[in-house]
Write a protein of this length. Structure first.
Length: 106
């Protein structure tokens, strides 16, 4: 049962649900970091495979990583962001690329 607060004057008081002040959980931005060795095509594959981006969207993010040093892949709750970072880093190492995936609070 929720918390209630009294509204109105004493003669015509009613109970109304109190507004919840719980904040939504923090979200985390997953980023790819540029390096001088990972092929652009591999970055596109990662973006399509792990972040479900279209070829066009993946190419845009890849170019942002290439030009600006990092690019956002998506924003997720903590557990999902951490899993994506771990999966991308493992996939990159498996294919012998130094591509780095990190997360930061949004």
């Amino acid at each position: 049962m929720g918390t209630y607060k009294q509204t109105g004057t004493e003669s015509n008081a009613t109970l109304a649900p109190a507004r919840s002040r719980a904040k939504p959980p923090p979200m985390y931005k997953v980023l790819l970091l540029n390096d001088d060795f990972t092929p652009m095509d591999f970055v596109i594959v990662v973006l399509e495979k792990f972040f479900s981006l279209s070829r066009e969207q993946a190419t845009g993010v890849m170019l942002k990583v290439h030009r600006e040093g990092k690019g956002a892949c998506g924003v997720y709750p903590l557990d999902m962001a951490a899993t994506k970072v771990k999966q991308v880093n493992a996939f990159s190492r498996q294919h012998q690329h130094p591509l780095a995936c990190v997360m930061e609070e949004n």
